[in-house]
Write a protein that binds this ligand. Sequence first.
Ligand SMILES: [Zn+2]
Ligand SMILES: [Zn+2]
Length: 259
Amino acid sequence: MIDFHSHTNRSYCADKDLSLDFYEQKLSESSDFDGVCITDHGMAIYFPDSVAWSWEYIKDSRIFDNHRDFGNERLEKHLKNVALLNSKSIYCGLEVEMSQDGKLIYDSYFRRKLHPLIGSVHYLFVSNEYGYLEKDIAGFWLEHNKKLMESGIDILGHPLRWISSHAKIDDSMIEQILNIAQQNSVAIEINSHNITKTLYEADKKMIIMAAERGLKISLAVDAHKKVQVGNFDFHNRLFKECGISLKDLNLLNLKDIGL
Ligand SMILES: [Zn+2]
Ligand SMILES: [Zn+2]
């Protein structure tokens, strides 16, 4: 199995000992772990940690403009480091957010070098913390996801994670996300990081609906710790509980992301 989304210590939220070397070692000793796309956070490459964690760049993309050169230099180096391991089935992608004014937070100059480009929602200023009502949050989130999937990303990262802790998820929300993914040839991700009971139930509905439509499915461990690397137990359990077998799924492959 290929993990299309995992982190190294290049991301501020991952453990310090989660190195590229560790991935190399793990791939060489595991029989069902066939490859990994290292998709560190764009925000950890483009911003120093204090700027990254303030999330201000989500509402003001000029903060990205001011850090573009700083980040580009770091991304160039990072790509070169990971490229040394391509022969070991380790590839380099990126996980990025979109600002609320509709800009992906990375330099599109790098687009064709990234395998894959994942678009994810980690923070929005239209949320309960800022006094918005659930229906307005859900509406804004949906619009935001639409722009995100129309922006040229390969994969929608953990599609329901953010909304699962900010509004009630109904079937029509999942349906709309899947429709937009289908229209834009974006793969839907099954992600095993930070799963709550609510999110697990929503993910089950999502995978059943996505499988019925034959949507591209991307498997993501989203490892932030050594112990998580190459571990697909969550995915296997989820598919089993949904009565889905791996061979019934239209799984994303390396060719789909330009490799
Ligand atoms: Zn993420
Ligand atoms: Zn991630």
